[in-house]
Design a protein around this ligand. Structure first.
Ligand code: 9D3
Length: 245
């Protein structure tokens, strides 16, 4: 059985969207995974197909009704984990993508309006996940982000080399910079060490660059890296690894 994604949305036409053109799209065509976009509006109970209502307690905007969302969830529920994409959620991490990839699939609820009635989220014990601290207009783009992060981890989607790297490294450093021909372009030279043919010197330079860039851009990752790896001889388990982030 292939990995199965169901996405509940008011904008089913947004799927598979750009994923249809990428590595994930190839895997979709090859039936490595399937994607079902369910229109929440099809589960409205009234003639006007109403899915939202005004918030109890007052305030701006509209809230998605729990009965409508519940009916949509019930139409796809089969034991897969259920995710509600919301700016209030816990940030999505690589660990989550790995966890979802190891299961049979996922059911994802995309909010629009100000939100979804909290009772239906709790009733289904949904995981609340965000993709970062910026405001989008709905959960659909986050759903595409989540699917892309998961699908590339499914067996047979990435090249064998990439997969091996993905499996064995939980490298907490950002990647070193990359260069290719020409060796000089618009008066900018590729760092000499990369042309030297000294593999040890290349590895040391890349490590130093990865550390510098991580320190400058992501002090949070740097702190985690230095506290997890500092030891008396200055060498660490991470010294064996290559950047994968
Ligand atoms: C006025 C309060 N807003 C919260 C910051 C309300 C609100 C804004 C945007 C409620 C929903 C949305 C739509 N965004 C998502 O549904 C969403 C999202 C996001 O905006 N950023 C990062 N991750 C996510 S996951 C779902």
């Amino acid at each position: 059985m292939s990995w199965r994604a169901s996405v509940l949305t008011l904008f089913p036409e947004m799927f598979p969207g750009p994923l249809g053109l990428s590595l994930a799209g190839k895997a979709l065509a090859a039936r490595v995974w399937s994607l079902e976009a369910v229109n929440i509006r099809n589960f409205a109970g009234d003639r006007h197909r109403t899915v939202d209502d005004t918030p109890f307690g007052g305030g701006p905007g509209m809230v998605m009704r729990p009965d409508v969302v519940d009916a949509a969830l019930a139409s796809v529920a089969d034991g897969r984990p259920m995710v509600f994409l919301t700016p209030r959620g816990r940030p999505l991490r690589q660990h989550d993508a790995r966890r979802f990839a190891e299961g049979t699939g996922v059911v994802v609820l995309c909010g629009r309006y100000e939100g979804v009635d909290q009772r239906v989220i709790e009733a289904h014990r949904m995981e609340e996940i965000s993709i970062g601290d910026y405001v989008l207009s709905g959960g659909e783009l986050p759903a595409l982000v989540l699917f892309d992060a998961v699908v590339r981890l499914l067996p047979g989607v990435m090249g064998a080399a990439d997969s091996a790297v993905e499996e064995s490294f939980a490298e907490p450093l950002l990647e070193y910079p990359h260069y290719t021909r020409p060796a000089e372009w618009q008066e900018r030279r590729v760092p000499d060490v990369l042309l030297s043919g000294h593999h040890g010197a290349v590895a040391a330079w890349r490590r130093a660059e990865a550390e510098r860039i991580t320190r400058e851009r992501r002090p949070d990752l740097w702190d985690a890296y230095t506290s997890a790896t500092s030891s008396s001889d200055g060498r660490t388990k991470n010294d064996e690894h290559h950047p994968a982030l």
